[in-house]
Design a protein. Structure first.
Length: 338
């Protein structure tokens, strides 16, 4: 298969306004892919309900994510954007895959173990999360999956599920490859953990310049710099790590030298970072505001994406059912009468 025909699948949860960690780790990397591959980008609301959520807020959150994806550069003329729950075959194929997935494989997933350790009662949905993820990908026969490094283990499981199903029912599903983001881990403003809305250490992708500055201004820096005259180590400063993503080489060199020599204060460094963030994110925010004024267009994009996906998904599941003997009650062929 030529590169132009390879399919890409990736998803994002609707769990509040996307933040710069989502942007740097996923969305920004998706944009150039749509010019090279046949891309499917999914708002994975079925994954989102494995955690506590407010039903009344879900539709608005899904809409907000769709707006952000398009504002950040995903073009409905070049890729397919859709909502997971609009295509029922995701759940059907996930159930099929649970019948070939060993329990031990699910229990050893790092993300499962980490989340389960913080739960008093572990729900089956959390355990089966990566099975649904495998169904998301393989339903469209995707060959490439852009993910962060924390999701690579799930893609390995997807490959294993494809192998097990193929071995039993015949070669059908591809074994997808992970496209690992070069942005390994975007730390939160507290400098203690990965940027996460649940931890309250994020900068929203669509926040105003003033809101962005208010958050960056109080973010943790090198703890050794207690006074303006103390030299610092940019390698342990979270603000400097964000400079790597938003600042030019010249600004990066300025921030590193100024920190090590105490030639600049942390506030100066933070202000330069904020200026560079606003320069990149400002146009996205403006496009998002314009899209919010056209809600029907956003809903039409999602509806068209779902229609396209249902056509592909229906064919996949028809093939799966036939191979598994689940094509429905069929009258046996009449024996020939000699």
């Amino acid at each position: 298969m030529s590169e132009a025909k390879l399919r890409v699948f990736s998803g994002i949860q609707p769990s509040g306004e996307p933040h710069i960690g989502n942007y740097l780790g996923a969305i920004k990397n998706w944009v150039p892919l749509q010019d090279r591959y046949e891309c499917f980008f999914c708002i994975v609301d079925l994954h989102a309900i494995t955690q506590a959520f407010e039903p009344a807020e879900m539709p608005g959150t899904v809409f907000d994510v769709a707006v952000v994806l398009m504002a950040a550069g995903l073009d409905p003329e070049k890729c397919t954007i859709f909502v997971q729950s609009d295509v029922a075959e995701h759940c059907e194929l996930a159930w099929v895959f649970t019948t070939v997935t060993p329990l031990g494989e699910l229990e050893r997933m790092t993300q499962y173990k980490d989340k389960a350790s913080r739960e008093g009662s572990v729900l089956a949905g959390l355990l089966n999360y990566p099975v649904l993820q495998a169904a998301d990908i393989l339903l469209y026969h995707a060959s490439l999956v852009p993910v962060g490094e924390d999701q690579v283990q799930h893609i390995e499981l997807t490959r294993e599920i494809a192998r097990k199903w193929n071995a039993r029912f015949g070669e059908y599903f591809p074994e997808p490859q992970a496209l690992v983001s070069r942005v390994r881990r975007v730390m939160g403003l507290d400098g203690q953990a990965k940027m996460s809305k649940s931890l309250g250490n994020t900068v929203g992708l669509l926040e105003s310049p003033e809101e962005t500055w208010d958050k960056i201004r109080v973010a943790l820096t090198d703890p050794a710099r207690k006074r303006r005259t103390d030299p610092g180590n940019p390698n342990v400063c979270n603000i400097f790590s964000l400079h790597r993503y938003f600042s030019s080489e010249a600004d990066l060199a300025w921030a590193e030298e100024g920190c090590r020599s105490a030639g600049i204060g942390c506030i100066e460094c933070k202000r330069r970072l904020t200026e560079n963030m606003v320069a990149e994110l400002g146009p996205i925010r403006e496009r998002a505001l314009a899209l919010r004024e056209r809600p029907d267009y956003v809903y039409d994009v999602l509806a068209a994406g779902a229609r396209h996906c249902r056509e592909i998904a229906a064919q996949t599941m028809a093939d799966v059912r036939e191979r598994m003997g689940l094509a429905g009650v069929m009258k046996p062929a009449q024996a020939k009468v000699e």
